[in-house]
Design a protein around this ligand. Sequence first.
Ligand code: PLP
Length: 398
Amino acid sequence: QNASRAAGRHFLHIPGPTPVPDRILRAIDTPLIDHRGPEFSALARRALDGIKTIFKTTNPVIIYTATGTGAWEAALVNTLSPGDRVLMVETGQFASQWRNMAQKLGLVPEMIPTDWRVGVDPAAVEARLKDDKAQTIKAVCVLHNETATGCMSDIAAVRRAIDAAGHPALLMVDTISSLASVDYRHDEWGVDVTVGGAQKGLMLPPGMSFNAVSDKALAAGKTARMPKSFFAWEDMLTMNRQGFFPYTPATNMIQGLVVAIDMLHEEGLETVFARHERLAEATRRAVRAWGLEILCRDPNAYSSTVTAVLLPEGHNADAFRALALEHFNVSYGASFGPFAGKYFRIGHLGDTNDLTVLAALAGAEMTLSLAGIPHRKGGVQAAMDYLAEAHAKPERAA
Ligand code: PLP
């Protein structure tokens, strides 16, 4: 007997990778095909066209065989030149990592600080750009959803801020933990490069990422001098026009991608977004009922995909997560930076529903008791009450 075997499914409630639906697993588990043959080019065209509907763009979307970090790098190296200034907002761990990457690549990032408990303040972006009279800032890079903190930002408002400052900087947005879970409009919001990833709202395994590009970004690419090879847009766009890639693409991931896109449209993007909002609100009601604090302190910035829960002083969130895994076979997300050890994150995104989220909340409520963390009972009940009411009155679900 193997004592380490846990019965039933693992409850993967980190904010990505998310559980991969069986239908996608079956699509990936398929015989290999020739990546230079007609069957592949038909598949690639479906993927390349279909993914545009998720980013809401009519321009090309580039598909990389790389995790989201690769698509971050692609966004920077295809549009910028060594020494260019980029304006970023320190919403949390992932914004900081993108900044570190920019620095390592030889760019000059400038960070607007926050306390990691809010989203981007468009007024601060506007003020900084207005100060940049010489227009040395070449790009504004922000996250739609800061996965580390559970704070979202209003991208349309950031666009308006850049326009109000009359500044020509490119707008680059990371949607790695919001794409296909929260409404996102690459074209309408005037985003120049949108960075996406496979393993969250798109419900795929890790290993695929995206750049959606504007005409302005493509034009900037003509004069950008950052070294690039694997990530170069031009080679990709040329080959993609024939339904091929410059190198061996992850063919089976692309099999999965077309099914993921079909599934999102079968459910309906608006329904997908409303489901995420409902599950997020149910989670927040549970947290409030426990008497615990949500890390994000701006209700307008609450994330629909992840909620970070602060534990009371003197209680360690890593020990809490370990206890939950040991007893209930559930994984929650870790904490970072100034809040390391102070919060845990409940992911409620991707192929998840009312009952999977209730299971995640039940695991958390029981672990709070096991760990001796002061809290009130009734978080799961509060979430159930909200969800039952939302189903009875669908127009109030969101
Ligand atoms: N950006 C955000 C917002 C993320 O959540 C992550 C990963 O979780 C990344 C970037 C990095 O992506 P990856 O781990 O796929 O390289």
